[in-house]
Design a binder for this molecule. Structure first.
Ligand code: ZN
Length: 189
Protein backbone atom coordinates (compact mmCIF):
# COMPACT_ATOMS: atom_id res chain seq x y z
CA UNK A 1 0.00 0.00 0.00
CA UNK A 2 1.25 3.43 -0.90
CA UNK A 3 1.44 6.04 1.82
CA UNK A 4 -0.82 8.98 1.23
CA UNK A 5 0.83 12.41 1.29
CA UNK A 6 -0.58 13.05 4.77
CA UNK A 7 0.57 9.79 6.29
CA UNK A 8 4.01 10.20 4.74
CA UNK A 9 4.20 13.61 6.40
CA UNK A 10 3.26 12.01 9.73
CA UNK A 11 6.02 9.41 9.33
CA UNK A 12 8.56 12.16 8.63
CA UNK A 13 7.39 14.29 11.55
CA UNK A 14 7.48 11.33 13.96
CA UNK A 15 10.97 10.41 12.78
CA UNK A 16 12.06 14.00 13.34
CA UNK A 17 10.50 14.10 16.81
CA UNK A 18 12.27 10.85 17.71
CA UNK A 19 15.59 12.22 16.47
CA UNK A 20 15.13 15.45 18.44
CA UNK A 21 14.15 13.64 21.66
CA UNK A 22 17.05 11.21 21.26
CA UNK A 23 19.43 14.12 20.71
CA UNK A 24 18.03 15.87 23.77
CA UNK A 25 18.56 12.69 25.82
CA UNK A 26 22.12 12.28 24.70
CA UNK A 27 23.06 15.95 24.77
CA UNK A 28 21.12 16.68 28.00
CA UNK A 29 22.56 19.59 29.92
CA UNK A 30 25.02 20.41 27.19
CA UNK A 31 22.19 21.29 24.82
CA UNK A 32 20.68 23.57 27.46
CA UNK A 33 24.03 25.27 27.96
CA UNK A 34 24.43 26.08 24.31
CA UNK A 35 20.97 27.68 24.24
CA UNK A 36 22.03 30.15 26.94
CA UNK A 37 23.74 33.09 25.18
CA UNK A 38 27.16 33.78 26.66
CA UNK A 39 27.50 37.24 25.20
CA UNK A 40 25.64 39.90 23.28
CA UNK A 41 26.41 40.57 19.63
CA UNK A 42 28.73 43.35 20.81
CA UNK A 43 30.83 40.78 22.70
CA UNK A 44 29.75 42.00 26.12
CA UNK A 45 30.14 39.50 28.97
CA UNK A 46 29.82 39.19 32.75
CA UNK A 47 32.99 41.22 33.10
CA UNK A 48 31.18 44.23 31.58
CA UNK A 49 28.40 43.88 34.13
CA UNK A 50 26.23 42.53 31.33
CA UNK A 51 23.16 40.64 32.61
CA UNK A 52 21.16 38.86 29.86
CA UNK A 53 17.56 39.98 29.42
CA UNK A 54 15.27 38.27 31.90
CA UNK A 55 18.09 37.36 34.31
CA UNK A 56 18.41 38.85 37.79
CA UNK A 57 21.21 38.85 40.36
CA UNK A 58 21.05 38.66 44.13
CA UNK A 59 23.03 41.16 46.17
CA UNK A 60 25.42 38.37 47.16
CA UNK A 61 26.32 37.47 43.58
CA UNK A 62 30.04 37.35 42.80
CA UNK A 63 29.49 38.85 39.33
CA UNK A 64 31.07 42.23 38.54
CA UNK A 65 27.62 43.87 38.14
CA UNK A 66 27.39 43.45 41.94
CA UNK A 67 31.00 43.32 43.18
CA UNK A 68 32.00 46.52 41.36
CA UNK A 69 29.21 48.59 42.92
CA UNK A 70 30.21 51.38 45.28
CA UNK A 71 30.72 49.57 48.66
CA UNK A 72 28.48 52.04 50.52
CA UNK A 73 25.63 51.48 48.04
CA UNK A 74 26.02 47.70 48.19
CA UNK A 75 26.10 47.69 51.97
CA UNK A 76 22.93 49.85 52.13
CA UNK A 77 21.18 47.54 49.66
CA UNK A 78 22.13 44.43 51.63
CA UNK A 79 20.80 45.96 54.86
CA UNK A 80 17.57 46.91 53.08
CA UNK A 81 17.32 43.38 51.67
CA UNK A 82 17.64 41.84 55.14
CA UNK A 83 14.86 44.10 56.46
CA UNK A 84 12.66 43.47 53.40
CA UNK A 85 13.04 39.70 53.91
CA UNK A 86 12.34 39.91 57.65
CA UNK A 87 9.48 42.39 57.52
CA UNK A 88 7.75 41.54 54.22
CA UNK A 89 9.20 38.31 52.86
CA UNK A 90 10.53 40.27 49.86
CA UNK A 91 13.99 39.78 48.42
CA UNK A 92 15.75 42.58 46.60
CA UNK A 93 17.32 41.49 43.31
CA UNK A 94 18.61 43.53 40.40
CA UNK A 95 18.45 43.52 36.61
CA UNK A 96 21.34 45.98 36.25
CA UNK A 97 24.11 47.22 38.51
CA UNK A 98 27.65 48.29 37.66
CA UNK A 99 28.24 48.51 33.89
CA UNK A 100 31.51 48.95 32.02
CA UNK A 101 31.89 52.08 29.88
CA UNK A 102 31.81 49.76 26.83
CA UNK A 103 28.45 48.35 27.94
CA UNK A 104 26.98 51.82 28.51
CA UNK A 105 28.33 52.95 25.13
CA UNK A 106 26.73 49.87 23.56
CA UNK A 107 23.37 50.87 25.11
CA UNK A 108 23.88 54.40 23.82
CA UNK A 109 24.66 53.01 20.33
CA UNK A 110 21.46 50.99 20.40
CA UNK A 111 19.55 54.14 21.32
CA UNK A 112 21.14 56.01 18.40
CA UNK A 113 19.88 53.28 16.07
CA UNK A 114 16.45 53.35 17.65
CA UNK A 115 16.00 57.13 17.76
CA UNK A 116 17.91 58.01 14.61
CA UNK A 117 20.50 60.47 15.93
CA UNK A 118 22.95 60.95 18.81
CA UNK A 119 21.15 64.12 19.79
CA UNK A 120 17.83 62.32 20.12
CA UNK A 121 19.44 59.28 21.81
CA UNK A 122 20.94 61.54 24.49
CA UNK A 123 17.43 62.34 25.66
CA UNK A 124 16.93 58.67 26.59
CA UNK A 125 20.27 57.03 27.41
CA UNK A 126 23.44 58.33 28.99
CA UNK A 127 26.85 57.95 27.38
CA UNK A 128 29.51 55.74 29.01
CA UNK A 129 31.22 58.77 30.52
CA UNK A 130 28.05 60.09 32.14
CA UNK A 131 26.24 57.23 33.92
CA UNK A 132 25.80 56.39 37.60
CA UNK A 133 25.81 52.72 36.55
CA UNK A 134 29.34 53.05 35.14
CA UNK A 135 30.64 54.65 38.34
CA UNK A 136 28.92 51.90 40.39
CA UNK A 137 26.46 54.26 42.06
CA UNK A 138 23.15 52.91 40.73
CA UNK A 139 21.10 49.72 40.52
CA UNK A 140 17.93 48.78 38.66
CA UNK A 141 15.65 46.73 40.91
CA UNK A 142 14.07 43.57 39.47
CA UNK A 143 10.62 43.18 41.04
CA UNK A 144 7.67 45.51 41.64
CA UNK A 145 7.48 44.41 45.31
CA UNK A 146 11.10 45.34 45.93
CA UNK A 147 10.73 48.66 44.07
CA UNK A 148 7.71 49.48 46.20
CA UNK A 149 9.53 48.54 49.40
CA UNK A 150 12.52 50.72 48.54
CA UNK A 151 10.34 53.55 47.39
CA UNK A 152 8.57 53.62 50.75
CA UNK A 153 11.35 52.62 53.15
CA UNK A 154 14.65 52.93 51.25
CA UNK A 155 15.58 56.22 52.92
CA UNK A 156 16.12 54.26 56.17
CA UNK A 157 19.37 53.20 54.48
CA UNK A 158 19.83 56.34 52.36
CA UNK A 159 18.41 54.67 49.23
CA UNK A 160 16.28 56.81 46.94
CA UNK A 161 14.49 56.53 43.62
CA UNK A 162 16.49 59.00 41.56
CA UNK A 163 14.15 59.70 38.63
CA UNK A 164 10.40 60.15 38.56
CA UNK A 165 10.14 58.17 35.31
CA UNK A 166 12.32 55.23 36.43
CA UNK A 167 10.68 53.44 39.35
CA UNK A 168 13.38 50.73 39.21
CA UNK A 169 16.51 52.94 39.41
CA UNK A 170 17.90 53.52 42.92
CA UNK A 171 20.95 55.36 44.21
CA UNK A 172 22.40 56.26 47.60
CA UNK A 173 21.25 59.90 47.69
CA UNK A 174 20.91 60.67 51.38
CA UNK A 175 22.25 59.50 54.73
CA UNK A 176 20.65 56.65 56.68
CA UNK A 177 17.25 57.86 57.93
CA UNK A 178 17.73 60.99 55.85
CA UNK A 179 15.31 62.58 53.41
CA UNK A 180 15.48 61.72 49.72
CA UNK A 181 15.94 64.72 47.41
CA UNK A 182 13.15 65.52 44.95
CA UNK A 183 13.29 63.11 42.00
CA UNK A 184 14.80 64.41 38.80
CA UNK A 185 12.69 64.13 35.67
CA UNK A 186 15.30 63.21 33.09
CA UNK A 187 16.05 59.57 33.95
CA UNK A 188 18.22 58.14 31.24
CA UNK A 189 19.07 54.68 32.47
ZN1 ZN B 1 19.31 52.53 36.08
Amino acid sequence: MKHSRASRAIVIVSALALTVSLAACVAGPKLAETLQPVSTPAGLTDSDGYIPNGDTLTLNSDKPAITRLDPALLSALRSADTAAEDERGISITITDGWRSKQYQDFLFGQAVQKYGSEQEAERWVRRGTDSAHVSGHAVDIATADAMDFLNRFGSRWGLCQAYANEIWHFELLTTARGTCPPMATDGRG
